[in-house]
Write a protein that binds this ligand. Structure first.
Ligand SMILES: Cc1ncc(COP(=O)(O)O)c(C=O)c1O
Length: 400
């Protein structure tokens, strides 16, 4: 294994600011090569996709490269990769399409652990069709989402289940393999929100019981956009509204209008970069991604252990989320101190660790944190022990 964080940090222009970034769960910093790829793609001869002119071919290449890169990142079929502006846009679109076949008496399951973008679109689509919504509850003390909290809700009427791969507030990683297997045995569709999981873990879509999975590139060293992946045969079955002259082919049928070729080039560059996080990797891009993501997970887990033990020692701290399997993300506050005050104080020390509910709105309400939520500190590939020491020492100063 060769995960060289000092080397990695050199690749990120925004680290020159001296800011310690713990706001990766909200959006990561971006390596220089990604910006360069976007700049190159938007500056080269470019027009609408096609197969005749050089500019058409350049645009076509951006799309093909993007789908292949995402397919390597997630180990899925490149014809099942749908581009979207954001995960929220993708879940809204998909919810309307899936709900075309829902009706009174049908049931769907959502989890209270999720980001609202993986709750509200499904609820609103179900309500519009008279279908029933069932809630899988997380354990308020541990932050766990037990498998049974979802599978006990399954019935012959369950059409669809949406669960997060990892909670963007508490870091909990539910057992999505076990949940998905039960959902598939029940004959229901299973969607996993991988937005907070994908930056921290190796995903293997083809060998998972998922019908749909998605991630947002801006959380994983790329530009602001998202992807939804599925099985092409399943996508063929889904009806969606489209313009008359636009193609019937999948995945294009689900991507409205002209695609942002330069942003797609940025996604490709970010995935290429991820494949080189561990320099010892060789073989295909997928093989290098496997090695890099495993090395990253090990690096982040070790640093997270340090972060958690240091923060736990601070007087009066309340840490939320104690699930056994977690991403390197902490959600915390101090009694009678507004999270916003901590966030603002940290910012004066060039430490980014915002406070909020981060749209994990149901989690915040369930934990009694209201709208305000708590402070979140998450790790990213460029995080260091020095960053952690700065955070801990600044919090110590704040508490004095
Ligand atoms: C777990 C999770 N799901 C969904 C989203 C929403 O993603 P997007 O901004 O791409 O809509 C976020 C963003 O914070 C997230 O963390």
């Amino acid at each position: 294994m060769s995960f060289d964080v000092a080397q990695i940090r050199n690749d990120f222009p925004s680290l020159a600011s001296g800011i310690a970034y713990f706001d990766g769960p909200g959006g990561s910093q971006v390596p220089k090569v990604v910006g360069e790829a976007i700049s190159t793609a938007i500056s080269q001869p470019s027009s609408n996709r096609g197969t005749v002119t050089l500019s058409e071919l350049n645009a076509e290449r951006c799309v093909i490269d993007y789908r292949n890169a995402v397919a390597d990142l997630l180990n899925c079929d490149s014809s099942g990769v749908i581009y979207g502006r954001s995960w929220t846009q993708l879940t809204y679109d998909l919810s309307r399409n899936l709900a075309k076949s829902w009706g009174a008496g049908d049931e769907i399951i959502v989890s209270r652990l999720d980001h609202d973008s993986n709750i509200r679109p499904w609820i609103q689509a179900a309500e519009a069709k008279g279908a029933t919504v069932k809630w899988a509850e997380f354990d308020r003390n541990t932050g766990e989402l037990p498998v049974a909290s979802v599978t006990d809700l399954l019935s012959s009427k369950t059409k669809f289940v949406a669960v997060t791969g990892a909670a963007n507030s508490l870091g909990t990683r539910p057992d999505i393999q076990a949940i998905g297997s039960a959902v598939k045995s029940n004959g229901s569709l299973f969607l996993v929100d991988g937005v907070h999981l994908t930056p921290h873990a190796l995903i293997d879509f083809k060998n998972s019981p998922f019908d749909f999975f998605g991630f947002s590139s801006y959380k994983i060293l790329g530009p602001h956009c998202a992807s939804l992946v599925s099985h092409p045969a399943l996508l063929e079955e889904i009806k969606n509204d489209k313009l008359r002259p636009s193609t019937m082919k999948v995945p294009e049928r689900f991507e409205f209008g002209t695609l942002p070729y330069e942003i797609m080039a940025g996604v490709t560059a970010s995935i290429d970069y991820i494949s080189q996080l561990d320099e010892s990797g060789s073989g295909t891009r997928r093989q290098r991604i496997e090695i890099s993501m495993k090395s990253l997970e090990k690096y982040e887990d070790e640093l997270f252990e340090y972060l958690e033990s240091e923060l736990s020692a601070l007087p009066g701290i309340k840490l939320y989320g104690h699930a056994q399997n977690r991403t390197p993300t902490l959600y915390f506050n101090f009694s009678n101190i507004s999270g916003k005050k901590i966030y603002e104080f940290l910012a004066t020390k060039k430490i980014n660790a915002p406070a909020g509910n981060f749209y994990a709105y149901e989690v915040s309400l369930a934990l009694g944190l209201g709208d305000e939520g708590a402070v979140r500190a998450g790790l990213a590939p460029y995080s260091t022990k020095d960053d952690v020491n700065r955070l801990v020492s600044a919090l110590g100063d704040f508490l004095k």
